[in-house]
Design a protein around this ligand. Sequence first.
Ligand code: FNR
Length: 184
Amino acid sequence: MRKIAVLVGSLRKESFSRKVAKNVMDLFPSEFETEIIPIGELALYNQDLDDGNKPPESWRNFRNKVKESEAVLFVTPEYNRSVPGVLKNAMDVGSRPMKDSVWKGKPAAVISNSPKNLSGFGANHHLRQSLVFLDMPVVQQPEVYLANVATLLDEDGKINKEDTIQFLQSFVDTFVKLINQNNG
Ligand code: FNR
């Protein structure tokens, strides 16, 4: 199985971002296994622990999980016009020790969303700024900004708008092409 790591930038039980992520995970071809990698239990990044070669178990498990994956899908809300701290912490944990960054060269794709009109543009692009430095080829088009996200989801958390599903399918298809090119 070809693994795709999915990182969700919210720990909220009823997170719209997680619901969107689950819908998008269903759109990958069957040869891919998608998995949400938990980030809520990651100890806050502290460089001393890497410098002393004593990374916490939560970091080691997370780093291994991402390393096993071919690519990474990010689905995030925006907090204070930027990336939620919990997701930034996960990015930082995965990026060190620098010579062993789990992100390097892995294809990535970004979805941002919001319950109102903004759609998480600030988070989306602050995340992309980090992905440039982390040397991850990112799906450029289509960009995915989901505004008024609650209106896209039914009571079971399923996306209920056919044009949104088709749009997200085209995004996943582009991501799969990028992943395949990267391995070619
Ligand atoms: C928010 N929210 C928010 N929304 C937005 O569109 N732009 C923003 O800058 C912020 N800032 C912000 C900061 C903090 C600390 C919180 C808790 C919330 C609202 C946010 O979009 C809303 O709570 C979403 O429902 C969060 O995403 P999940 O948990 O539904 O995935």
